[in-house]
Design a binder for this molecule. Sequence first.
Ligand SMILES: N[C@@H](CCC(=O)N[C@@H](CS)C(=O)NCC(=O)O)C(=O)O
Length: 228
Amino acid sequence: MGSEEVKVVSFWVSPFGKRVEWALKLKGIEYEYIEEDIFNKSNLLLQLNPVYKKVPVLVHAHKPIAESFIILQYIDEIWKQYPLLPQHPYQRALVHFWADFGERKLLDTSWVAMCSSGDDKEEALKVAREAMEKIEEEIKGKKFFGGDNIGYLDLALGWISYWLPVFEEVGSMQIMDPLKFPATTAWITNFLSHPVIKDNLPPRDNMLVYFHSRRKALSSSFQGWFKV
Ligand SMILES: N[C@@H](CCC(=O)N[C@@H](CS)C(=O)NCC(=O)O)C(=O)O
């Protein structure tokens, strides 16, 4: 079942897509990468993900799977080597809880803060910084959220290590204060030092150009909630 053809349809700067690629690489699974233009969507994407029309999509054995968290779980169930999720159902539930928390309370709010100004920005920053405090508590005393190795939650929150500093620079704001969040800062160093992660990141300069242009496009109308 696991030996069938694997394809990843993604967009070069997508933090959601990178999660999927990191997971496949950690497990040593070969895949074909297909770059999608999310501003001019291909028929392939519309066929593979007709509901959300978003990347990433994993195609395994000719069957498409959408939504990065669902894809991560699928990958972990199909390829057993290098387990990403803990064994115990309670520990697994906690991982899903924190992954969802990071998405709603930190990723969405950081994005809004980057794209907005005034009260909207302040409100989003407040929620994002409170979320960072909770994440700091979770990583204290651990090398990775997954323990000694990178796990599902590390991949889910991995964008904090590399995308968040770019959002901060583009939005002229600070969310991840290293003095306030030393455990998260140490985790970032550990995460970015892992060969699979450090060799699979988009070029920072291109990210800055891209996110500056997204901010410009979205800030006037403040429709910042969607298109990373
Ligand atoms: N919840 C989705 C989010 C995916 C997502 O927002 N992808 C962006 C690219 S980073 C996209 O495809 N945007 C196109 C659009 O919103 O139309 C996941 O985790 O996979």
